[in-house]
Design a binder for this molecule. Structure first.
Ligand SMILES: Nc1ncnc2c1ncn2[C@@H]1O[C@H](COP(=O)(O)OP(=O)(O)O)[C@@H](O)[C@H]1O
Ligand SMILES: [Mg+2]
Length: 421
């Protein structure tokens, strides 16, 4: 046994089954020499003879209670840190049959391994911090791209709102005049009726014809017949104007709602496409004819405002690609647990060498102020987060088609702490 022990590289201290006396192999002696003296040894058997120095130095580092655990469970493993010299010692205690037959301890200097692990841990922590910072930056970029797009659109939306608000305002002015005239006529009728009641007994027919004539003259002076014809029209027009404004405001609200922390919800993405088209319409309406081929779509589990942002960027890109006049074809469909939305433009098309880079962040072929190069990169990450894909096909000078494919339901519940997009 001793021969085997003396050959082992690992420091081993063996305890005699009867006396409890400690026997160390050469590796244990060498290790013990290198260590500072330790507190009194916690040997497995307190009645046993004290182990000879310097083995005490090794045994003294065994924490209190460790032998007790080794006795119950057969073994105990732990690491301790020593100051002088700075060392990490891995200690293993083995105890067979409740400690009666065989008890021994091994000691390994794992300082280097521990340093490597600490280094790895600190790198990991650093990476984690960087990752969190990047995720935050990405969230900010997403937000600022969204804000930039909204900023670009604000003028258009203001114009869209201004127009109906303008005519609703003017209609209200006209209606005010109409109401004044109608009230004046009502007044005239009321006083004519009162006059009739007073005169009825005395001279029943006197003045009736004159009053009727006066009222008739007033009626035509105030253009009451025209007013009666015009009021329903003015009201309908105003109502329609207000509905347009309400719709645009609602669309903007849906659009700008940020919800990375909210759970994905079943949403009508065709409605999202319509709202988004409504928001960007001012940019498109003078040069684009829209054709729609909508299928019947199930509700799709998603962050609707993020999908709207994807659609908005695709629509704006399509608009930018059409220089003079062109066609935008919007199509939707569903099959096999997936829905798809395709946006095709008859614009300039994308050369092959550009096609490979369009999803790169900050890649843009547009002048400063018109393009940030972030739109498609963000679209890509939003769609990836939804476990979907974006397919592109394009022919130079003919046009491009962007097709977004999304699963109807998400494969797994979103992980807690999943990276925001
Ligand atoms: N429908 C399209 N037709 C032609 N080129 C397009 C189209 N969509 C995207 N691209 C190209 O991809 C580039 C990157 O688009 P994007 O990431 O949205 O950034 P940006 O629109 O700010 O330039 C555009 O600059 C353009 O060259
Ligand atoms: Mg863009």
């Amino acid at each position: 046994m001793l021969t085997v022990l003396s050959l082992a590289d690992v420091a081993i201290v063996l305890f005699h089954p009867d006396s409890g006396a400690a026997q160390a192999n050469p590796a244990a002696n060498t290790l013990a020499q290198a260590l500072q003296p330790a507190p009194p040894a916690a040997t497995p058997d307190t009645e046993a003879d004290p182990a000879p120095d310097p083995i005490d130095r090794l045994l003294g580092h065994i924490p209190a209670g460790a032998w007790e655990i080794a006795r119950c469970e057969g073994r105990w493993t732990g690491e301790i840190r020593l100051d002088k010299p700075p060392t990490v010692l891995e200690i293993k205690l083995f105890s067979e049959n409740g400690g009666d037959r065989c008890r021994f301890a091994t000691f390994v200097d794992v300082t280097a391994r521990s340093a490597r692990e600490a280094e790895l841990q600190s790198r990991h922590d650093e990476l984690q911090t960087t990752y969190e910072r990047l995720a935050g930056t990405q969230e900010q970029l997403l937000q600022s791209e969204k804000m930039a797009s909204i900023g670009q659109l604000a003028a258009g939306v203001a114009h869209e709102i201004n127009n109906p608000v303008g005519y609703v305002h003017s209609n209200l002015g006209t209606l005010q005049e109409y109401v004044d005239s109608l009230l004046a006529l009502l007044d005239a009728y009321a006083s004519a009726l009162q006059g009739d009641a007073r005169q009825d007994d005395a001279r029943p027919d006197e003045g009736q014809a004159g009053k009727r004539e006066a009222l008739q003259a007033m009626r035509s002076r105030l253009d009451i017949d025209f007013i009666i014809g015009d009021v329903p029209q003015l009201l309908a027009e105003s109502r329609e104007g207000i509905e347009r404004v309400t719709k645009i405001v609602q669309d903007l609200k849906d659009f700008s709602r940020i919800g990375p922390d909210e759970p994905m919800r079943p949403s009508d993405i065709q409605k999202g496409l319509e709202s988004t088209l409504n928001i960007v319409w001012n940019d498109l309406k003078y040069k684009v004819r829209v054709e729609k081929y909508y299928g019947r779509l199930p509700l799709v589990e998603c962050h609707a405002s993020e999908i709207n942002q994807v659609l908005m960027n695709l629509l704006i890109n399509a608009g930018h690609a059409i220089h003079e006049r062109g066609t935008l074809v919007l199509a939707t469909g569903a099959d096999d647990g997936e829905v798809w939305i395709s946006i095709s433009d008859s614009g300039c098309g994308i050369p092959d060498e550009v096609l490979q880079r369009i999803f790169d962040p900050f890649y843009t072929t547009k002048p400063i102020g018109r393009g940030t190069g972030l739109g498609l990169a963000i679209c890509y990450s939003i769609i990836a987060k939804h476990h979907g894909r974006i397919e592109v096909s394009s022919r130079l000078g003919v046009g491009s088609t962007f097709r977004v494919v999304l699963p109807v339901s998400q494969p797994d519940p979103p992980r807690a702490g999943a990276p925001p997009v």
